[in-house]
Design a protein around this ligand. Sequence first.
Ligand code: NAP
Length: 284
Amino acid sequence: MAKILKGAEVVAALNERIIGQVEALEAQGVHPTLGILRVGERGDDISYERGATKRCEKLGVGVKRIVLPVDVDQETLIATIQEMNQDESIHGVLMFRPLPKHLDEEAACQALDPEKDVDGITDGSMVGVFTGQKKGFPPCTPQACMEILDHFGVDCKGKKAVVVGRSLVVGKPAAMMLLKKNATVTVCHTKTVDMPAVCRDADILIVAAGRAGVVDKEYFAPGQIVVDVGINVNDEGKLCGDVKFEDAEAVVEGVTPVPGGVGTVTTSVLVGHVVEAALRRLEK
Ligand code: NAP
């Protein structure tokens, strides 16, 4: 039976590190603060905002929340982002997406100062991910995958890593981050031929396809570490991943659960980025 790589363990370790960093910042008169920008009243935005706010409070990080009406115009949105860029009391900004359809989301993302881009949505942050330079921040989800690998002592050096999915928010940055850890990386997508064989050959398998249970027993081999990024709702209305958990559990060495895996770690990664942004500003 595989070891279940629980997110809660990773979160506890991350939180301890963050609390120490916050204390060090406070001692130097800096109160790290997350700016939250929400347009409208979407239920899932509000629920994520509640989770992020709670996590910030628990870790001693401040929150400044700005809510714009759902029919806000582009000019006002950009002006608000620019104000948040200028606001020295804010160290990182989380802007909920998707934005309402009448708004130019790409322009809004690029208006954000990469130094405050704690959710990895600007081109500046992508440059950081692809070059390995300290520019902006990687998206929180692939970073959460790396935190899980690190926490459970998975050494990526020289290992064969396979990423299923090539989105800009998960698959591609995850591949770059694994490369930085000296893994040999293959990225699969809908045009990949014989994906089960490619996946069986992996030492580390990160799955971000967005299809419930698409990765089943055909894809696994003994000794593998499997990280399931997927968040789906199954026919019974329950949350599930892209990996058939029972199939993986029977074969591989370690697998993350859904819920209770990657998603659990993401919020602490976000808060960690806010603290890192405050530390970087102090260094300057
Ligand atoms: P996305 O933009 O829809 O991208 C999915 C990727 O998977 C695409 O590259 C697609 O290939 C590939 N794909 C889809 N079905 C496939 C199949 N049957 N075989 C091989 N490749 C397949 O999704 P995303 O934003 O990356 O998110 C992926 C999953 O992660 C979703 O379930 C999402 O809910 C979840 N997620 C979780 C978190 C978290 O905190 N845990 C955060 C963000 C997202 P093509 O490029 O060829 O179309």
